[in-house]
Design a protein around this ligand. Sequence first.
Ligand SMILES: O=C1CC=C(NS(=O)(=O)c2ccc(-c3ccccc3)cc2)CC1=O
Ligand SMILES: [Ca+2]
Ligand SMILES: [Zn+2]
Length: 164
Amino acid sequence: QYGYTLPGWRRHNLTYRIVNYTPDMSRADVDEAIRNGLEVWSRVTPLTFTKTSRGIADIMIAFRTRVHGRCPRYFDGPLGVLGHAFPPGLGLGGDTHFDEDENWTKDGAGFNLFLVAAHEFGHALGLSHSNDQTALMFPNYVSLDPNKYPLSQDDISGIQSIYG
Ligand SMILES: O=C1CC=C(NS(=O)(=O)c2ccc(-c3ccccc3)cc2)CC1=O
Ligand SMILES: [Ca+2]
Ligand SMILES: [Zn+2]
């Protein structure tokens, strides 16, 4: 159950672009972690995600540190905040940034990019935090088994309350 749900995207066929890559992982592993992070949500909604490699996409994904660009939120160096995403909307809406000062991995070491991405994309699609500690949208990072299906019933009812 969520405190509030933000308005969702009116269009269901969304685009995303990975603006830059972390040196912690291979490009293929980053592409896969991001694709899987989006697929977690597209599997339970009518949403589709198409990758673009240039221009402006709905969901602009970037690895940034500290104060970055015209983003109103800043990162804090290693640990602490791992990423942030903006709720659906034009411009910054949907954009998702990861803190490059973290050690991003595809396995259990450091922080698992797929898991953090799946959480942040929940915000980019309009979900707030859940108080269900088994939920992907729980505010604290739990290193779930990335191969286990990370969505809880709470997440599914939350996202389906927005996208029906
Ligand atoms: O809006 C916010 C503000 C603070 C956040 N803290 S975080 O970046 O350290 C973070 C915390 C938990 C997760 C997470 C939770 C459950 C499963 C996987 C990741 C991801 C990022 C995450 C976030 O999305
Ligand atoms: Ca940080
Ligand atoms: Zn940012």
